[in-house]
Design a protein around this ligand. Structure first.
Ligand code: URA
Length: 281
């Protein structure tokens, strides 16, 4: 069946449909050896030879999305020159090449998203789209309301002020306490540095949420494929943020909406969905 050239290019994951149009318009696409610049040109995927920048278009590969509960003392990369364990060591039976979306420190644990959808990954990581990340942290000592207020409003780090955060007290003991903190940036060691700036050391850090995804009861070292609903929610979030930024709107409401004071609360939990078959999109 004939399809529009930009649709075919986008379906391989090489680019968005809009970017595919730019690739075509700027003469970077050939069909059967001839440069095609007309948008809307129809091609037969099984018959026509389409190249972008001289390279054959890969046959369309479905997108795969999975979440792993990265254990402590594991690199969040796919390989480590130092020979330490990496997230790849936990992806038993995953034949598609997926990439981690963002990083977690070696000694941090929790939700890591992995996908072969490069465009979506880039958008989720881009600071201007402000995708939220929630961390459950154990800190030395007990934060005062004034310290919590500082974190919520933003603290000064060596690379600049942090944006407003949401901080919830979870539980406290004599010598330490648990908090949940939601931020919309992804600077290196950001949560640890934020807490340090108000005089508290992070002893344990676990990412429990990323945008619409919740870690739930996934055990450290376990992974599962996202449900269709979760994958759709991720795509919808990215689309909504990209559109908002393109239209010059701030995708997020201002600090007033973000900053809430709460009493001691229960940490986030979500339904378990381990062992589901691969979901593709
Ligand atoms: N902030 C940190 O300090 N460390 C992480 O691993 C993630 C967020």
């Amino acid at each position: 069946m004939a399809v529009r050239l930009q649709k075919l290019i986008a379906s391989t994951g090489l680019s968005s449909r809009r970017k595919a149009e730019t690739l075509i318009a700027t003469g970077r696409v050939t069909v059967n050896g001839k440069v095609v610049t007309e948008l809307g040109t129809k091609v037969e995927p099984d018959r026509d030879h389409v190249k972008v920048d001289g390279k054959h278009l890969n046959s369309a590969q479905p997108f795969v999305y999975l979440m792993l509960n990265k254990p402590k003392n594991v690199m969040s990369t796919l390989d480590d020159p130092g020979g330490r364990d990496t997230v790849k060591d936990f992806l038993h039976g995953v034949s598609v090449r997926v990439f981690p979306v963002g990083r977690l420190d070696f000694d941090s644990e929790g939700l890591m998203l992995l996908t072969n959808n490069g465009e979506l990954a880039q958008a989720l990581l881009h600071p201007r789209y402000h995708v939220s990340k929630t961390y459950l942290i154990k800190v030395k000592g007990v934060l005062t309301d004034s310290e919590i207020g500082q974190l919520q409003r933003g603290v000064k780090l060596e690379d600049g002020m942090t944006s407003p955060a949401v901080v919830k007290k979870i539980k406290r003991a004599e010598a330490n306490s648990w908090l949940e903190i939601t931020i919309r940036e992804g600077r290196k060691h950001q949560v640890k540095r934020m807490l340090e700036s108000v005089g508290h050391m992070v002893i344990k850090l676990m990412r429990v949420r990323m945008g619409p995804l919740a870690l739930g009861n996934l055990e450290p070292g376990e992974f599962r494929f996202l449900t269709d609903r979760e994958a759709n929610a991720l795509r919808a979030l990215v689309e909504q943020r990209v559109t908002a930024v393109e239209q010059g709107e701030e995708p997020m409401a201002g600090p007033k909406r973000l900053v809430r004071r709460e009493g001691w609360a229960r940490p986030l939990r979500a339904k378990k969905n381990v062992g589901k078959k691969a979901r593709t999109a």
